[in-house]
Design a protein around this ligand. Structure first.
Ligand code: GDP
Ligand code: PGA
Ligand code: MN
Ligand code: MN
Length: 609
C-alpha cells in the first residue's frame, strides 16, 4: 500500500497537480478501486490517448481524424430508476430525485467499487464546467476519476480538461468517481440490477458504478453540470437547467436576442441550437449557437438575467441528422474534427458510419456492421427491419467544430437572456408556439411540461409523462423548492424574459409531422421576439398568446405545411380542459408548491371554461 501512495505522489508531481485536497481524494479512491496505475490527463493528451484506444481496438477509425466506438449492448442510455440523489437531509426528498440517505448509499457504492478497477488504469480528469473567470467558477470545478479510456476521450471533448481548473480552488471541487464495473454481469434492467448512479449533493460527491455510456459516465456533464449544479444553484442563488441556448441577431435593427429552453432528452435541443440557418428567412437573421444541453443562469450585479453553457462540446443524437435537417451538425463532424460516433452502424472495410436518417441506406452490405457489431449481411430474416444504428446513438464533437458557434460563447459574463421556452414531443394539444408574459405562468408552464419520453432513457420511449422544465431525470431537490427558486431568481431580474411553450412534433391522423421543424423553427422564435418588442399583437387564448397566421413569416414554406398551419396554431379546448385535471394531480404531488403557481393554474383553468 505504501508503494501505491508513493507512486501516486510522483504521478501528481509529474502532472503538476498541486492541490493537496485533490491529491488526497485521488489517492483514497485509487486504493478503494484497486487500480493498478494512476494517470492525470489534460486535453493535450488527446492524440496519445486516441492512438492507445485505436491500438487497443476500443476505437475504430472513421477515415482520418474521426472515430467509432460501441458501448455494451445493454448499456446504451441513461438508467433513470438507478439514478439517485442522496443527502443527509430528509427534507431534500423530492418526487423525482429518488432521494436516499447519504449514509445508506455511500457504503453501498464503496462496496461495489472496492477492487472493481483492479488491473486497470485510473484516469484523473480535472475539469471545469464554466468559462474560466465566470462568477460561478467555484461551483464548476471537478475531478472525475474513471477506469475507462473512452470516457476520458469523451470528457476531453465535452468539458474543459486540465489541472489548472482545480489547482487554485482548495477544497471547492466536485469529487466524481466513475467505475465501469463488469458490464456483462450487472443484471441491467433485471431485479438483480447492480448499477448505481448516485450524486451525494450535500457532499458534492458523485459515485457512478456500472456503465460506460456517456449519459451515465460523463460525470462533468450529466451528474455535475446538471444534478450537482442545480443543487448548488438552489443553495447559492442561481439556476442550472437542461437548456439549450442560442442567439438571434436581427440584421436590420442590429438587435440581438438570446433564447434558452428546455426540451426533454432527445427532443430537439441540439438541433434547435445548431440548425437554425444563418441565411434563414431571406438572410435577415443571423443565428448563433451557444449551448445545446445545459445552461447555468443567474442575475448579475446590474440586475441582468444572464446565462452560459458550461460545456465544451456537443453530445448529439445521430438519428435523422443529415444535410437537410441539420447541415451545421454535419459540418461539425467532418473528417479531422476528432468526432467520436457511438453505437451507429460501422463499415469495417470502408471506415464509414451510417445511421437511420443519414441518407439512403447502403445497398452494398459488404463490410457493414450494425451497432452491436453484427454483420448486416448475416442478419436473420426476422431482424430485417431492426435499425442498423441504436436509436440513442450519438456523436461527440467539440464546440470549436460547430460552424455557427458564437464568438462570445466562452465569455465568463455569459449573455443576457431574453426568452425562455419549453417544449417536447407532443403529438396533439400543444400548438406550435404559445407565449406567456407572466413569470408565475411561465414557471407553471415549465412545471407542467408533458411529453413523450425518448430513447435517451432506457425502456421509456414513447411513454407520455410530465417532465418539469425537462429536468425530471436531473432534479436534485424537491419540486416545490425548485418552483420557488425559479420565482426568486428570475423575479430578481430587472427585465423579465418572455416565456413560451413550443411544439415541433404535432402529428396528423396519418402519423406524419404537421410542421417541418428543424431549420423552420426559427419562424416561431422570431415571432416571439417580435411579440416581446410589441411589433406584433398575437391572438390571446386561455393558454397563452398564439401567432396570428399573418404574423408568422411564411415565405418559402411548402403547400402542405401552409395547409396544416391552422391545425398547428389551434387550441383544442376540450382536450385542454381534460389536461387541466391531469395537471392538478401532477402538481398536487409537490407538497408546499408556491401559491403563485396554484394561482396560475387556476387562472388558466378558469379561462378554459
Ligand atoms: P436533444 O436530445 O434534446 O438535444 O434532441 P436532438 O436535437 O438531438 O433531437 C433528437 C431527435 O429529434 C433527433 O433524431 C432529431 O433529428 C429529432 N428532431 C430534432 N428537432 C426536430 C424537429 O424540429 N422536427 C422533427 N420532426 N424532429 C426533430
Ligand atoms: P440530450 O443529452 O438531452 O441531448 O439527449 C443527453 C441526455 O440528456 O441524456
Ligand atoms: Mn440532455
Ligand atoms: Mn442534445
Amino acid at each position: 500500500m505504501v508503494d501505491v501512495v508513493l507512486d501516486v505522489v510522483k504521478v501528481f508531481d509529474d502532472a503538476g497537480l498541486t492541490n493537496p485536497h485533490v491529491r488526497e481524494y485521488v489517492a483514497h479512491w485509487a486504493e478503494v478501486t484497486g487500480a493498478s496505475r494512476v494517470e492525470v490527463v489534460s486535453a493535450a493528451d488527446d492524440a496519445r490517448l486516441v492512438a492507445e484506444s485505436l491500438e487497443a481496438g476500443e476505437l475504430l477509425p472513421v477515415g482520418a481524424g474521426r472515430y467509432y466506438s460501441r458501448s455494451y449492448r445493454k448499456d446504451t442510455a441513461r438508467a433513470e430508476e438507478r439514478t439517485i440523489v442522496a443527502t443527509s437531509d430528509e427534507r431534500d426528498r423530492g418526487t423525482y430525485n429518488n432521494w436516499k440517505p447519504a449514509a445508506e448509499m455511500k457504503p453501498k457504492l464503496v462496496e461495489l467499487m472496492t477492487g472493481a478497477s483492479a488491473g486497470k488504469t485510473m484516469y484523473v480528469i480535472p475539469y471545469l464546467m464554466a468559462p474560466a473567470g465566470s462568477p460561478l467558477e467555484r461551483f464548476a470545478a471537478g475531478v472525475e476519476l474513471t477506469d475507462n479510456r473512452n470516457v476520458v476521450l469523451q470528457m476531453i471533448r465535452m468539458a474543459r480538461v486540465g489541472v489548472d481548473s482545480v489547482n487554485a480552488l482548495g477544497n471547492d471541487f466536485v469529487r466524481a468517481v466513475h467505475v465501469t464495473g463488469d458490464l456483462e454481469n450487472l443484471g441491467q434492467g433485471t431485479p438483480e440490477d447492480r448499477r448505481y448512479f448516485v450524486t451525494i449533493a450535500d457532499e458534492r460527491t458523485i459515485l457512478h458504478f456500472g456503465s460506460s455510456y456517456g449519459g451515465n459516465a460523463l460525470l462533468g456533464k450529466i451528474a455535475h453540470g446538471l444534478r450537482q449544479g442545480s443543487y448548488d444553484g438552489w443553495k447559492n442563488g442561481f439556476l442550472v437547467e437542461q437548456f439549450m441556448l442560442l442567439g438571434i441577431t436581427d440584421k436590420q435593427t442590429g438587435r440581438k436576442y438570446h433564447i434558452c429552453g428546455g426540451f426533454p432528452s432527445a427532443s430537439g435541443k441540439t438541433n434547435l441550437a445548431m440548425t437554425l440557418a444563418p441565411d434563414a428567412l431571406g438572410d435577415r437573421y443571423h443565428v448563433e449557437f451557444y449551448g445545446d444541453d445545459i445552461a447555468w443562469i443567474w442575475v448579475d450585479d446590474d440586475g441582468v438575467l444572464r446565462g452560459f453553457n458550461p460545456e465544451n462540446g456537443v453530445f448529439g443524437v445521430a438519428k435523422d441528422t443529415n444535410e437537410l435537417t441539420n447541415p451545421t451538425a454535419i459540418d461539425s463532424i467532418t473528417p479531422n474534427s476528432g468526432a467520436i460516433f457511438t453505437n451507429v452502424a460501422y463499415n469495417g472495410k470502408t471506415q464509414e458510419v451510417w445511421w437511420e436518417g443519414r441518407g439512403p441506406q447502403p445497398t452494398d452490405l459488404d463490410g457493414w456492421l450494425d451497432w452491436t457489431g453484427q454483420p448486416i449481411a448475416e442478419r436473420a430474416a426476422e431482424q430485417a427491419d431492426d435499425p442498423w444504428a441504436h436509436p440513442n446513438s450519438r456523436f461527440t464533437t467539440q464546440l470549436g467544430n460547430v460552424p455557427n458557434v458564437a464568438a462570445d460563447w466562452d465569455d465568463p459574463r455569459g449573455v443576457e437572456i431574453h426568452g425562455v421556452i419549453f417544449g417536447g414531443r407532443t403529438r396533439d394539444r400543444e400548438p406550435l408556439i404559445r407565449a406567456i408574459t407572466d413569470l408565475a405562468e411561465g414557471v407553471y408552464d415549465g412545471l407542467t411540461l408533458g411529453a413523450e419520453a425518448t430513447a435517451a432513457a432506457d425502456g421509456l420511449e414513447g411513454v407520455l409523462r410530465y417532465d418539469p422544465m425537462s429536468m425530471r431525470p436531473f432534479m436534485s431537490y424537491p419540486e416545490a423548492d425548485y418552483a420557488q427558486h425559479w420565482l426568486d431568481v428570475i423575479g430578481a431580474a430587472k427585465s423579465q424574459p418572455i416565456f413560451a411553450h413550443v411544439n415541433w412534433f404535432q402529428r396528423g391522423e396519418d402519423g406524419r409531422f404537421l410542421w417541418p421543424g428543424y431549420r423552420e423553427n426559427l419562424r416561431p422564435l422570431v415571432w416571439l421576439m417580435q411579440l416581446r418588442n410589441g411589433e406584433v399583437a398575437g391572438v390571446r387564448t386561455p393558454v397563452g398568446i398564439l401567432p396570428a397566421r399573418h404574423e408568422l413569416d411564411l415565405e418559402g414554406l411548402d403547400e402542405r405545411t401552409l395547409a396544416d398551419l391552422d391545425a398547428v396554431l389551434a387550441v383544442d379546448v376540450p382536450r385542454w380542459q381534460q389536461e387541466m385535471g391531469h395537471r392538478e394531480q401532477h402538481l398536487a404531488q409537490f407538497e408546499g408548491l408556491p401559491e403563485e403557481i396554484w394561482a396560475a393554474h387556476r387562472r388558466v383553468a378558469a379561462a378554459l371554461i
